[in-house]
Ligand binder design. Structure first.
Ligand SMILES: [Zn+2]
Length: 267
């Protein structure tokens, strides 16, 4: 099982970019098809007596997905952008929850948690992400600093191998590589967001046996025991602090504390 891919834009490195050169973009063929049936949503149960309330069908992606861990000192917001194949969200609330839960477990050692704080439906014409231009276009009008933008698509093409697809990518917008976001394919297993966040926090692929940034196929350790290696955690702490200082990510907990702290002093 492969986790994801880091073949970001090919632009110059940014202050957040790893000091060492990015590894060669590796072709990341889609693994043997692991047919993931589209989540079967039970038909909406409607109370016939109740007047049809206009309920936002996407609200559950915020209200029912895991929140930042209480013990984490840093809480960053995810802005979730969902494609809507056939008019329905490309992936389920459970699937998003799995991605967030794993991220909060794996980033706990660096005191980082994430939660979905906003969600929107991408326009119908945005579906499969076939090439670099499509990856750029996703965030061109939607990127903003301060939060982690995550897009979910029914299919994410490998831009290096014709016909192949990948599960996720940390993408740098080519005209301005300081702008970057994560794209997940709906076929992604639940560690892919964490892997791409590893790139977002400055990591290249690695060869640590234990690491989820090591893409070489192996059975040991099992997926359930993979995590970030200690040197990777150290590196991510630095990038985390840089991103908070620059405003690339806003710590919701610090923002809240600051608000409470400004109660006017009297006397
Ligand atoms: Zn990768």
């Amino acid at each position: 099982m492969l986790v994801g891919c880091s073949t970001g834009g090919s632009g110059p490195s940014t202050p957040e970019a790893p000091a060492q050169p990015e590894p060669e973009p590796e072709p990341e063929p889609a693994p043997a098809p692991e047919p993931e049936p589209a989540p079967e949503e039970p038909p909406a149960q409607r109370e016939p007596t109740e007047p049809l309330k206009k309920k936002d069908p996407l609200a559950a992606y915020v209200s029912e997905t895991p929140r930042c861990l209480a013990e984490a000192g840093r809480c960053f917001s995810i802005a979730l952008h969902l494609t809507m194949p056939d008019g329905a969200p490309v992936q389920s609330v459970d699937w998003v929850s799995g991605q967030v839960r794993q991220a909060n477990r794996l980033f706990a050692p660096i005191d980082v948690s994430v939660q979905v704080d906003s969600v929107d439906a991408l326009p119908d014409e945005v579906q499969e992400i076939d090439d670099r231009a499509a990856r750029d276009a996703l965030g061109r009008e939607r990127f903003s600093r301060g939060v982690l933008h995550v897009f979910v698509t029914p299919r994410l093409a490998d831009v290096d191998i014709a016909g192949a697809e990948i599960r996720g990518v940390h993408w740098r917008y080519r005209p301005d590589t300081k702008r970057r976001w994560i794209i997940l394919s709906k076929i992604a297993s639940d560690l892919v967001l964490s892997h791409e966040m590893g790139h977002f926090f400055g990591l290249p692929h690695s060869r640590y046996e234990v690491s989820l940034m090591n893409k070489s196929p192996r059975d040991d350790p099992p997926w359930s025991e993979r995590r970030f290696a200690d040197p990777e955690l150290a590196r991510m702490r630095k990038h985390r602090d840089q991103m908070v200082r620059s405003g690339m990510l806003i710590n919701r907990k610090a923002a809240k504390a600051a608000t409470t702290a400004v109660s006017p002093a009297r006397g």
